[in-house]
Design a binder for this molecule. Sequence first.
Ligand code: HDL
Ligand code: ZN
Length: 413
Amino acid sequence: MTAEPKLTARQLPSAVRRELDALPITDVHTHIYDPALGPVLLWGLDELLTYHYLVAEVFRCRPEMATGDFWALSKTAQADLIWDELFVKRSPLSEACRGVLTALISIGLDPHVRTLAPLRRWFAKQNARDYVDLVFDKANLRRVYMTNDPFDPAEAPGWAQPFARDPRFLGVLRLDSALMNWPEPAARLAGAGFRVEEALSGQTIAELRRYLNVWCDRFEARYMAISLPPSFRYPAVQSPLTNLLVKAVLPVAEARGIPLAMMIGVRKLVNPALRLAGDSLGVSDVETVEQLARDFPKNRFLITMLARENMHGLCIAARKFANILPFGCWWFLNNPSLIDEITRMRLELLGLSFVPQHSDARVLDQLLYKWSHSRAIIAGVLSEKYAGLLDAGWAVTRSEIRRDLGLLLDVAP
Ligand code: HDL
Ligand code: ZN
């Protein structure tokens, strides 16, 4: 035990919050991009306000509005409409709305405006690279993991020429465009020079493995990731997706010593008219995750699931298999009430062996609110858990709390 003073129960809440605020965070899943990749990095007021979470919410205020009429508006006009409906005509009580306020206020802007012109004037003076520095500093981030897809038309041009990587942006090979809805990707892969066939032949598997290695090398990928429907199962001999994961992805991930992130539970485009805002969720099969972890003990699995109902089972699966690492309160779970519930459950069942949060930010500015909101909740839950240790007669020091927080939120999985 160290000679460092022990914290009292009264000191705990402020000590935990101060240590968490001071911790430079590793954000293990985002849609934020190295500024060298160009306009695929979204930032600024109109991107912040037209985030698909807010698009879904503005349609609830204007059920009579034809979706096509909204999409026909310019992004500026969409942002004006969202601001008027969600921030002027109503109090911005939803988490996505509150986030916009936190982001604007954290960079010194006053959101008490009826029109966006004054705010737009400030953003017009910014540039992407300096704004990245400002946001990373304010949000106190060490590094973020990107979501890199060679077939994303918005991102691909940025990789055409070599560029000096910003060490704060780590590569991730996203697999959806190469694996989902097989054989639909076969033509796309063939067009990119990978001699795959529609049949999952030996050649197809070999060429898909080559695709994975070529792009993991190019992205310097720290893991590979895929989002999966609630219906995803393993074993599933008849499923092309399961076969491609098992025969191509997992062997390459193991050989490269990198994890596979499976983000399970998305039901794509249940309302196609909402576009990115049109996805929903479903309850997924935790046994599938357990069976993959059991059958592939040399692979590491980063797992996040979209249904609240799956959170407890995922904790138990992680207790059974050390190669499962639960991460984040993803998407529809990224709300204060659920972050509190899930983080409490995970601490009680997994101790410090999980990653409490990722931002999933799509717009650079969102890092400002997604992390400040989550730090507050995670600090509150942790303070209670440390208080429980004091009640049990254990002593806690500030440096032990700092160590624990680093294990939770500053690790490269
Ligand atoms: O598949 C994913 O990575 C999801 O996070 C989707 O991008 C989703 O649209 C999203 O932005 N969730 O927050
Ligand atoms: Zn995401």
